[in-house]
Each structure stands twice: as structure tokens, then as C-alpha cells.
Write a protein that binds this ligand. Structure first.
Ligand SMILES: C[S@@+](CC[C@H](N)C(=O)[O-])C[C@H]1O[C@@H](n2cnc3c(N)ncnc32)[C@H](O)[C@@H]1O
Length: 288
């Protein structure tokens, strides 16, 4: 994967520091570590897992967590953390307290993040998820107290939103979920291309992630793929999660953007293929 000093330099921080956010120093591109994915076993219902669209649909509609025994309260705090505290403080810092900003919560699920953000005064709030049940239920439950909010079914890897229409994309645990799906790097590259597309210039991708405990290894390389132009700031460990504040920089012209995407896509496909081969090799070894 090419490493260009120009690419690294672009990532210098231009937004202020708060909450211990640290500069992501210019660095060379390094491939993320391997993700060992849970095998998708036969596609039968009981074995559906986080990487399956149907898993979330069933989980949200029945409460059945299937093969997982996580302790997440999907209708409460949800994944990683609640709004009050570092998330709220960071959001208020990056919006400068401007409640008219357009916010998009991707992979919103059914937790309280969108209702809490709305209650905080951000009423220009869009919330999307791939789960039809989550969206229908949230729209119904919040119709009275969130009359201006918009809920819609959407796939983060091909969003149904216009270019440059959003000030802040909020993501709590959704990149994490995409990075365990089949072809994780290709899907994450597509997702982040879409995030960048829908953001206004100067807009912010506000990522709350578990980062597999080491975001420099597991998240930063994906956020700095060649087709992405973000200034990146990140927090230290906030207690099992990390916050990334990625500010969209001026974009290259169409020809340069297309070339950068080709480069990123080729790398992601190769990386997914390498992981698949490693997985098959591991299975072969177990079988011998
Ligand atoms: C780990 S959960 C996080 C849910 C919620 N943000 C929270 O913090 O509780 C991941 C969410 O991403 C959604 N999701 C997974 N793949 C998606 C995709 N391709 N497009 C949109 N949403 C997706 C799931 O339905 C699920 O709600």
C-alpha cells in the first residue's frame, strides 16, 4: 500500500483539543491486523451472528441474541457508552453548540443515543439502520417527543442521502459491526467513502468504537485509506471505548478521487482475500 507524506500531512489536526483528544501524528499507512471472524455457519437462523443483517432484524424484533450472550441493553445505553459524559461533551465541542447542525446517526439501532441527542436540542437529526424493525419501532416510540426527527432504513455501504448534506455523522458501534462482516475491509472502505460523500466539507465523522482495544492498529489504518481525506483526532481509552473526530478536508478532483478509490478498493479486496486464505489454511490445519 503506498505511503505518501502528502497523505499523512493532510491528516494533521486542525480542530481544537478537548477531552484529552490527541493529535494523530502523520504516519505511514500500515495494514490493520487480521480480524478473525466468527464463522458463518450454514446460514441457519440459530447460528446468525453480528455480521448478518438478519441477525440484527431478529434480535431487535424478538430480543433473541442467538449465539451471543452479550449483556447489551439494546433499548437502553446500547453499545459502548451512554450519551451523557464524553460523547455529549465532544458533540457539543465539535458543533460549537450550534443546535441547527444536521446530524446523522448511522446504525442507530434501538438504543437511547438518538433520543438523547434530540433532547439535547439537536432536532435536525436523521437516524438510519439496516434493520427495518429497529427503525419502525423507534419512529413509532418517539413520534410524540421527537416530531422533527427522521428515521429511515439504509445501508451504510450505499447510503440513500445526497452528497454534502450532513454536518456530523455519528457512529456508535457501526463501523465495528461492519468490520466483522464478510469482506470487512472492502465494506468498511465503501462505508467510509459514503460517510465522506454525505458530509459537508468541514463536517465531522464522529466515531465511537471499541477499536479492539488498540485503535491505532485496528481503526486508524482504515480511516486513513487513500480515498479518505480526514483530519483525525482521537481520545485515549475512555473505559473500553475510543472516540475519533474525523474532519472532512477539501476533496480532490473527480479523476484523482477515482484513482484513490481504485487504490483503496484494490488493497481492501486483496486484504480480504489474504484473510480468507489464512482462515481456510487454519481450517485445513484443524482438519488434519
Ligand atoms: C453494534 S450495533 C450498534 C447499535 C447502536 N448504535 C448502539 O450503540 O447500541 C451495530 C448496528 O449497526 C447496524 N448495521 C449493521 N450493518 C449495517 C449496515 N450495513 N448498514 C446500516 N446499519 C447496519 C445493526 O443493525 C446495528 O443496529
Amino acid at each position: 500500500m503506498p505511503t505518501t507524506s502528502a497523505m499523512s500531512q493532510r491528516r494533521r489536526l486542525t480542530i481544537g483539543l478537548w477531552l484529552g483528544l490527541v493529535l494523530v501524528s502523520p504516519r505511514t499507512f500500515t495494514a490493520p491486523g487480521r480480524i478473525s471472524r466468527q464463522a458463518k455457519a450454514g446460514g441457519t437462523d440459530p447460528m446468525l451472528s453480528y455480521q448478518d443483517e438478519e441477525y440484527w432484524e431478529r434480535r431487535y424484533s424478538t430480543g433473541d441474541k442467538g449465539v451471543h450472550s452479550d449483556i447489551i441493553d439494546d433499548r437502553g445505553v446500547g453499545w459502548l457508552c451512554s450519551y451523557a459524559g464524553p460523547v455529549q461533551e465532544t458533540l457539543n465541542a465539535i458543533t460549537g453548540g450550534d443546535r441547527s447542525k444536521v446530524l446523522l446517526n448511522i446504525g442507530c439501532g434501538m438504543d437511547q443515543l438518538s433520543p438523547d441527542i434530540y433532547k439535547d436540542g439537536y432536532t435536525n437529526l436523521l437516524s438510519s439502520d439496516i434493520s427495518r424493525h429497529a427503525i419502525a419501532e423507534m419512529a413509532k416510540q418517539t413520534a410524540e417527543e421527537m416530531p422533527l426527527a427522521k428515521w429511515f432504513v439504509d445501508d451504510v455501504t450505499r447510503m440513500n442521502l445526497p452528497d454534502e448534506s450532513v454536518d456530523v455523522v455519528v457512529d456508535k458501534g457501526t463501523l465495528d459491526a461492519v468490520l466483522i462482516q464478510s469482506e470487512p475491509f472492502l465494506l468498511a472502505a465503501r462505508m467510509l467513502k459514503e460517510v465522506q460523500r454525505v458530509l459537508k466539507e468541514g463536517g465531522i465523522y464522529f466515531l465511537i468504537t471499541h477499536g479492539r482495544g488498540d485503535p491505532d492498529t485496528w481503526r486508524l489504518p482504515v480511516l486513513t485509506l487513500p480515498h479518505l481525506s480526514f483530519n483525525i483526532a482521537k481520545t485515549p481509552d475512555m473505559g473500553g471505548y475510543f472516540i475519533f473526530v474525523c474532519t472532512k478536508l477539501p476533496q480532490p478532483d473527480a479523476a484523482a478521487a477515482a484513482a484513490q478509490w481504485d487504490e483503496a478498493e484494490a488493497w481492501a479486496k486483496k486484504r480480504d482475500e489474504e484473510d480468507r486464505e489464512a482462515e481456510y489454511a487454519a481450517v485445513d490445519e484443524i482438519g488434519q
